[in-house]
Design a protein around this ligand. Structure first.
Ligand code: DX5
Ligand code: ZN
Length: 215
């Protein structure tokens, strides 16, 4: 699959409805929503109040990426707020299984995420238990960082583990994605590319989305 999920973190929050209309018009497949708590990551973004306009004005599925401690306390509220998928970090929890079950019980798709310093092999036991894995290609916390090239081998590794098992689990890549590296990422086996600054910082965001998707 070749899906593009612009990250609303880099949108203009003073004109959020305009940016969401652009997303609606564009070839973007999902809207990626970065929730940061200032504890799991050294930055705070936004929370439930912004889920309301995003659900109201955006007609693409909302792909929620929780960069928070204790995701078990909040995943159900994000499901109720209209998330299409909810992901949280493996390294933020002791046991992801009960939290995945909370999300599944809401009929929402599940995603497990790891930062670049977490061994990608730790995702393998969960490949048949989630709808998607998200490999961070920068350290979670801020938009606009430089893509970490070592991510490429991790994508190939996870792709082969998924294919060997005949699974449909999607691979999402988040951080430093742009029109220059999108083709390589898809070729390595990525299914979904998240892009914040490469979309909202572009002169023509719709064209940037098109270039990444059809590269
Ligand atoms: C980083 C977030 C990313 C971020 C990507 O913690 O998870 O989704 O918005 O931004 P860019 O595409 O600018 O690296
Ligand atoms: Zn993200």
């Amino acid at each position: 699959m070749r899906l593009i999920a612009p990250s609303v973190l880099s949108a203009d929050f003073g004109h959020l409805a305009d940016d969401l209309e652009m997303i609606n018009r564009s070839e973007a497949d999902w809207l990626h929503i970065d929730v940061m708590d200032g504890t799991f990551v050294p930055n705070i973004s936004f929370g439930f109040p912004l889920m309301v306009p995003m659900r109201k004005y955006c007609n693409k599925p909302l792909d929620v990426h929780l960069m928070i401690v204790h995701p078990e306390k909040y995943v159900e509220r994000f499901c109720d707020a209209g998330a299409w998928s909810v992901g949280f970090h493996l390294e933020a929890v002791d046991d992801p299984m009960p939290i995945l079950d909370l999300i599944k019980a809401k009929g929402v798709r599940t995603c497990l995420t790891i930062n670049p310093d977490i061994d990608v092999k730790r995702l393998v036991p969960y490949l048949d238990k989630v709808d998607m894995v998200l490999l961070m290609s920068v350290f979670a916390g801020f938009g606009g960082q430089k893509f970490i090239p070592e991510t490429m081998d991790k994508i190939r590794f996870i792709r082969s583990e998924i294919d060997q098992r005949g699974l449909k689990t999607l691979i999402e890549i988040d951080g430093g994605v742009n029109t220059e590296n999108a083709a390589q990422l898809f070729a390595a086996g990525a299914d979904v590319l998240v892009a914040g600054s490469a979309v909202f910082g572009a002169k023509n965001p719709e064209e940037a989305i098109h270039k990444m998707k059809c590269c």
